[in-house]
Design a protein around this ligand. Sequence first.
Ligand code: SAH
Length: 363
Amino acid sequence: MEQLNTTETNTKSDIKKKSIYSLELHELKNWLSENEEKPFRAEQIFDWLYKKRITAFEDMSNVAKSLRDKLDEHFQLTTLNTAIQQTSADGTIKFLFELHDGYSIETVLMRHDYGNSVCVTTQVGCRIGCTFCASTLGGLKRHLEAGEIVAQVVKVQQVLDETDERVDSVVIMGIGEPFDNYDNMMSFLKIINHDKALNIGARHITVSTSGIVPKIYQFADEKMQINFAISLHAPNTELRSRLMPINKAYKLDDLMKAVRYYIDKTGRRISFEYGLFGGVNDSTEHAEELAALLKDIKCHVNLIPVNYVPERDYVRTPRDKIFAFEKTLKNRGINVTIRREQGSDIDAACGQLRAKERKEETR
Ligand code: SAH
């Protein structure tokens, strides 16, 4: 493992201005009009932000100094400081970004055969309380604003620029529950998807939720062509409630109704994440029950061998049992893959990310 402690010189400020990356193109146009500027400047500004990826407003050389100053006065450009950048043996890079208020978040760059994928964080901490997950241990500190989520992708892209590579796909599977920060998540999606911004295709973006049912309906009605995943982890409601307290608020039956609504509305298939927790949800009977639950649903199942979290006492399912579980599903006609583990030597694998509260604690 290789570790890089960077000392960036951006001035940290407690007086927080809105991140310029929080603005969708039409919002920037409105802001310009309201500030006696020409709306078409918005496209130029987007070009500097997302195509040229400048790091200071003053670098926008074809934008009048007066407008650059106005932008600087109202908005923040750099909202994330790279505190730590760690590279795993398999090429995965984990970034620890420090926010303006001293909180830190983690972002992961994964390298697949099909390209570079960034796993973004949507909240500082999480209030969902899944019993196996490290991200929820300290509770929720705050939501990220859209621009703080966008900036994670921009930052990683800036690192990839050094080797002429690009971010090919984005997964919203870092710290936090994206549907608990719904509006900011939607702005984030629209910005990274926009052709004048990062232009990441909808089919190259995946969002995952623990199952906030009313938001699933809302999301279905947006009819975005992005990939949608549900963290399921159990084939029946009793077991799911034990693993994920959110199932007490939104029961499995209601979740499955929302899933059917989503598939009906969008015509898209859905992915289910199913973590295999040794001796808890990984028997042949569980696999059969899961196959029955998903029998007539257009879906794909991702099996995730549990990742070790020191504060939690779940153990990993042995390899042969993982394959047996997969086979039981396959034999019953369910599309299934076992998720390849990445970055586990730098604690960057599923469920291992945690919001570090203060900078001092991370050193
Ligand atoms: N909050 C969203 C996004 C997180 S995605 C959600 O719950 O879907 C991260 C995925 O890793 C989720 O499917 C989560 O349930 C899973 N996960 C959490 N802790 C894990 C662990 N220790 N081992 C394996 N997977 C885990």
